[in-house]
Design a protein around this ligand. Structure first.
Ligand SMILES: C[C@@H](C(=O)O)C(=O)SCCNC(=O)CCNC(=O)[C@H](O)C(C)(C)COP(=O)(O)OP(=O)(O)OC[C@H]1O[C@@H](n2cnc3c(N)ncnc32)[C@H](O)[C@@H]1OP(=O)(O)O
Length: 345
């Protein structure tokens, strides 16, 4: 293995991932010894290189491609469940990256109210991977095809994958994907038309914002299914609406309409009128533009510092903020504004 000093930040984090090192938990979990132990060939790090590596780890915790809740080193065999999921085909998850820096992700299985087949779960993971590699990205609209959001897992697949072991593996696969979706360094919004049920409701919580069209409903139907959310939806819901509202929404399987959505903070906005699909999309895109106007590095940096504030312990978050700040200070956007003596009136 070549010396670490030759590698960029992303390459370094990539090396760590290839070594199967887990970044999760409080502070820095990784020592040079652990890195050496995990490598096939012995890797000796000087103090200076270790310092560089430590900074890269801080940075990498937030920016890392493929950062997962359950990495291969945790024993999770993603390939195995991927194969099983692919046995349940149908529908698609479509991604369009626009020149504006706003991408559109469409859950597309209208004959089943956009339920997630197994192959769509795999496609969603692939689309998230594509978005992780899209450096120009500033925003993302997540929507369902044909005027409704998503009715959760395809019940045909659910019935076939009903063993607890396989259910848990599917849940881990979806938690990995939806965590990576939420961590994307861009502003994401779920455009909720029609119904977002079960896993569909969980998907909305993996976006930064939710916009509801008139008549739409977000409903965690899990209780009625004899379940709790498993795609990370309960954890994220508590963060969005607080534990009291989460208890009500999950315990009562409440049909959250736009009014209740706004009251509880689940919805960040309600679209006007009863628009045709294209119009709803345009409204959502316009709404998002308030946040995505400006240079991509700045927009992406804002999301990164907010994510580190949300996910990391204080000191690690402050260090991450410093590192992100360092990428912008004296950069093109910063220098341009300084030269133009902008007033913030
Ligand atoms: C818990 C979580 C998890 O896995 O962890 C989950 O997401 S479990 C999944 C949670 N989601 C659900 O249980 C949704 C169950 N579906 C429904 O409640 C209903 O279908 C609605 C979504 C409210 C739509 O009712 P509506 O009367 O408007 O239409 P419909 O029932 O005729 O639905 C149109 C077609 O879509 C199908 N369809 C709807 N949702 C589906 C689903 N999740 N999986 C498979 N097929 C589904 C229907 O069977 C029907 O197919 P045919 O025309 O061939 O009859």
């Amino acid at each position: 293995m070549p010396s670490c000093g030759c590698h960029s930040k992303m390459q370094l984090t990539g090396i760590l991932v290839n070594l199967g090192i887990c970044f999760r938990g409080k502070g820095f979990m990784v020592t040079p010894q652990q890195i050496s132990a995990g490598a096939d060939s012995v890797m000796v790090l000087s103090a200076a290189k270790w310092h560089l590596l430590r900074r890269s780890v801080t940075w990498g915790r937030i920016l890392l491609r493929h950062e997962s809740i359950y990495p291969p080193s945790s024993g999770f065999e993603e390939e195995e469940i991927r194969e099983k999921l692919l046995a349940f085909p149908g529908g698609s998850v479509d991604l369009v990256k626009q020149d504006s820096g706003i991408a559109v992700l469409t859950v597309n299985n209208p004959s089943r109210m956009n339920a997630f087949s197994g192959s769509m779960m795999v496609e969603l993971e692939e689309r998230v991977g594509q978005l992780e590699g899209w450096m120009e990205g500033k925003g993302l609209v997540v929507q369902g095809a044909a005027g409704t959001f998503c009715s959760g897992s395809d019940l045909n697949a659910v019935r076939a994958i009903s063993s607890p072991q396989d259910g848990v593996k599917m849940c881990m696969f979806m938690q990995n994907t939806l965590t990576r979706l939420l961590r994307l360094p861009l502003f994401s919004v779920a455009l909720v038309e029609g119904r977002a049920l079960g896993g569909g409701a969980e998907l909305t919580t993996a976006c930064d914002f939710r916009l509801m069209s008139p008549g739409s409903v977000i409903q965690f139907v899990h209780k009625h299914m004899g379940l709790v959310p498993g795609w990370g939806g309960a954890t994220r819901l508590v963060g969005i609406v607080g534990s009291q509202n989460a208890l009500r929404m999950l315990g009562g399987s409440l049909k959250v309409d736009p009014e209740m959505g706004l009251q509880t903070g689940l919805a960040d906005g309600v679209l006007e009128g009863s628009p045709a699909e294209a119009c709803a999309f345009l409204q959502a895109e316009r709404w998002l533009t308030c946040y995505t106007q400006g240079p991509a590095p700045v927009i992406r940096a804002i999301k990164k510092v907010v994510m580190s504030g949300r996910e990391l312990p204080l000191e690690a978050s402050l260090r991450a903020e410093r590192d992100v700040f360092g990428t912008l200070w004296g950069g093109p956007a910063n220098l341009q504004v300084l030269a133009s003596k902008t007033k913030h009136k």
